[in-house]
Design a protein around this ligand. Structure first.
Ligand code: ZN
Ligand code: ZN
Length: 75
């Protein structure tokens, strides 16, 4: 069974599994964290309050849904 890969809403590249990409729970728009950080319209706040992970607070440009993500920097 093949898994459908979404494309980044900003650069158009496929969202690779295991990379720093996210999919909105609200509207299923996908994008890379790096692209999201470059886009002024998207609020991405990175906190490193935890030793082993970065926490990104993201607001979806399409539906306005906000959510928080954690990434393992050694991934
Ligand atoms: Zn991208
Ligand atoms: Zn959304």
């Amino acid at each position: 069974m093949q898994q459908a890969l979404l494309s980044c809403a900003y650069c158009g590249e496929k969202l690779a599994r295991g990379g720093r990409s996210v999919t909105c729970d609200g509207c299923e728009t996908g994008f890379h964290i790096a692209c999201a950080e470059r886009a002024d319209e998207l609020a991405v706040e990175t906190n490193s309050r935890l030793l082993r992970s970065d926490v990104h607070e993201i607001t979806c440009p399409d539906c306005g849904e906000s959510w928080t993500l954690s990434f393992d920097p050694f991934e």
